[in-house]
Design a protein around this ligand. Structure first.
Ligand code: ZN
Length: 627
């Protein structure tokens, strides 16, 4: 089969330009088209990567070939003369997006996703690909792309040629292979002078490559990641302990402030804060490091859930347009449920720490009115225009299919455990989906998850799904938590022992101060330090008085306020006080009579109890706690 030959060279580091060539032996005789994806699988937003292609030329042998853009992401080449030689495009890609989703290049390193840099010759999506990375001598390459043709499912006789004039005595050619374009774009590449460490999990080599200045304790990082990986491999393959990849790469970029990850079939690109990584002299668990482990666990879980068990619509991505699914509550939400659950089961956090994290997540969902308007199925479907494009009205309009999806996952798990008397759990459902769909590369049709849950558990769960997934009523957690000896309550911020889980006695040391009133808005500070409303919540005091997101409040009850002092000012009144706010909307000064409200109970608290003993037993079983 004809192959596609790519080369990529970090060409102008200071200008952040990669030079890329793509050569094909059998161009369309009528004129070959090339396209670049508009989005990257895993991040559901049209990002128009073609906007970063700066210059592009084509030639057939020695003869230049005319090219023309025919839509935002597609180039049309003129027909090549017969036997004129391979058709080659040479183009520059501007790479200055420091995220896990695109490409980034400077003198310190290069990073790219194939979706940002590799043009696809139309009609050749299934053709094997070879990639030559022409990197500075001092740079190493971190990627899960295959280094041998055979491992990429390509015949041994597939010979690689570097069809580029690029390269110099100071650069080294690194060769990689993919059996088709979809595989090619599912292995991001990091190049530079990163820190590299490896560990084995269930017999598979796992690599950690950290880019950016850091002082992380690599030994601890390897040990903790290993526990996460082994717990997950064993969850899906309890007897064989077989991982679905030959090796795995964690590509980590550390920054001063940033957080995110993107899943791939045998790797993940992560961005984390450098001070959230563990230091050798701080052996305890910090909240920052817990978040890093949770993110790591999340992206690794995607190796099964969404990269292999995937919506039917994702089996053959449409790389130019939105790919709709109503199932992200499962593929993202349940992954979100399992990421922390794996941490407690692997012994990296305690059951109480776990409940504290879950309580925080639940409090966020339950304090926003969006949950009463949008179901997680609808939020999944509309993610392209809503969840991924949040504006100031998001808390009133968009429910997170991550956070509420995780709640649905927990509710379903506890429902199954309770109604089967502990005989079955969500783990059985995940394994069934893995065996029926993921392992055999069959897409999961809409509503098939509900069916498989009922088949595996023997339960009628239609009412559960209608309410939790397709409805907007709050899930009744109290009876489910009761089965595992947990009491749930909603409290006013600042009341009792604060947020999170306690043991029985939580809430006994209530503050005696009356609760401060609330404006019903999230208040930030603008560049001048003035108090600016970032978000205005439905039915809150600010909205009822006519204040809007974007308004800058300059005085309350005749006194000047700033972003720094406004909270203090508001706290000096009681709920139901009506006071005058003076604010600027754009450059127009306006007056508002605001009646402050009592704080709503927006903090979720989960407390454990050990009676009856059966409840504690079921809780320990659920959390995998060997106590
Ligand atoms: Zn995810």
């Amino acid at each position: 089969m004809a192959a596609i030959y790519y080369t990529i060279t970090p060409k102008h580091l200071a200008a952040h330009l990669f030079e890329v060539t793509v050569a094909i032996d059998q161009p369309d005789p009528a004129g070959q088209r090339f396209m670049l994806p508009t989005w990257i699988p895993g991040s559901y937003m049209i990002r128009e990567f073609a906007r970063n292609i700066i210059t592009l030329t084509a030639n057939c042998g020695d003869a230049p070939v005319a090219t023309q853009k025919i839509d935002k992401a597609t180039w049309q080449c003129a027909a090549c003369a017969v036997d004129a030689g391979p058709l080659m495009l040479t183009y520059e890609v501007y790479a200055w997006d420091l995220s896990v989703r695109a490409a980034h290049l400077d003198a310190t390193h290069g990073f790219f996703n194939g979706t940002s840099v590799f043009l696809l010759p139309e009609g050749q999506r299934d053709a094997p690909c070879s990639v030559t990375i022409v990197a500075p001598e001092a740079w190493r390459i971190a990627t899960s792309l295959s280094k041998t043709p055979a491992l990429a499912g390509i015949a041994e006789h597939f010979v690689v040629e570097t069809r580029s004039q690029s390269g110099s005595t100071n650069s080294v050619n690194h060769h990689f292979y993919a059996s088709n374009y979809d595989e090619l774009i599912d292995h991001p590449v990091e190049m530079g002078t990163f820190t590299h460490a490896t560990f084995e999990a269930c017999g598979i080599t796992h690599h950690i490559a950290i880019t950016g200045k850091h002082r992380a304790d690599m030994t601890r990082l390897c040990a903790d990641f290993k526990r996460i990986c082994e717990a997950q491999i064993r969850l899906f393959e309890p007897t064989s302990h077989l991982a679905p990849f030959r090796e795995y790469w964690f590509l980590i970029m550390v920054v001063s402030d940033g957080f995110g990850g993107l899943e791939h079939r045998a790797s993940t690109a992560l961005m984390v804060g450098r001070d959230d990584l563990p230091f050798a002299h701080v052996p305890s668990m910090t909240s920052g490091y817990r978040k890093v482990l949770s993110l790591t666990s999340h992206e690794y879980f995607h190796s099964w859930n969404v990269k292999r068990i995937k919506p039917a619509g994702f089996i053959h991505y449409d790389l130019l347009n939105e790919n709709y699914t109503r199932q992200l509550w499962f593929f993202e939400g349940f992954t979100d449920y399992y990421d922390d659950l794996i941490l407690v089961r692997a012994g990296l956090i305690t059951p109480l720490e776990y409940l504290e994290v879950e309580a925080e997540n639940m409090g966020r969902v339950l304090s926003q009115s969006a949950r009463l308007k949008q179901s997680v199925a609808d939020s999944s479907f509309d993610t392209w225009i809503k969840y991924y494009r949040q504006d100031e009205n998001a808390p009133n309009a968009i429910v997170s299919y991550y956070q509420k999806g995780a709640m649905v996952g927990m509710a379903l798990d506890l429902t199954i455990r309770q109604r089967t008397d502990g005989a079955k759990s969500l783990d059985d459902v995940m394994r069934a989906l893995w065996n029926a769909y993921g392992k055999v590369n069959i897409g999961v049709p809409e509503f098939a998850i509900e069916t498989i849950v009922e088949t595996v558990t023997g339960l009628d769960l239609k009412a559960f799904f209608a309410e939790a997934v397709y409805g907007t009523r709050d899930i009744a957690f109290a009876p489910l938590f009761s089965y595992v000896g947990i009491d749930m309550s909603m409290r006013v911020p600042g009341m009792g022992t604060g947020t999170g889980a306690g043991t029985g006695a939580a809430g006994t040391s209530k503050t005696t101060d009356p609760f401060p009133p609330t404006l019903g808005a999230r208040i930030g500070a603008d560049a001048n330090g003035d108090a600016k409303l970032a978000q205005v919540f439905d039915g809150g005091a600010a909205q009822q008085a006519g204040l809007s997101a974007g308004d800058t409040i300059i005085a309350i009850d005749g006194l000047r306020v700033t972003g720094h002092t406004i909270d203090r000012r508001i706290k000096s009144y009681t709920a139901d006080s009506t006071i005058e706010f003076i604010a600027f909307r754009r450059d127009e000064m306006m007056r508002f009579n605001v009646t402050l409200q009592a704080q709503p109970a927006s903090v979720c608290v989960l407390t454990t109890r050990d009676t009856p003993p059966e409840a504690k037993l079921q809780r320990d079983k659920w959390l995998g706690f060997q106590g």
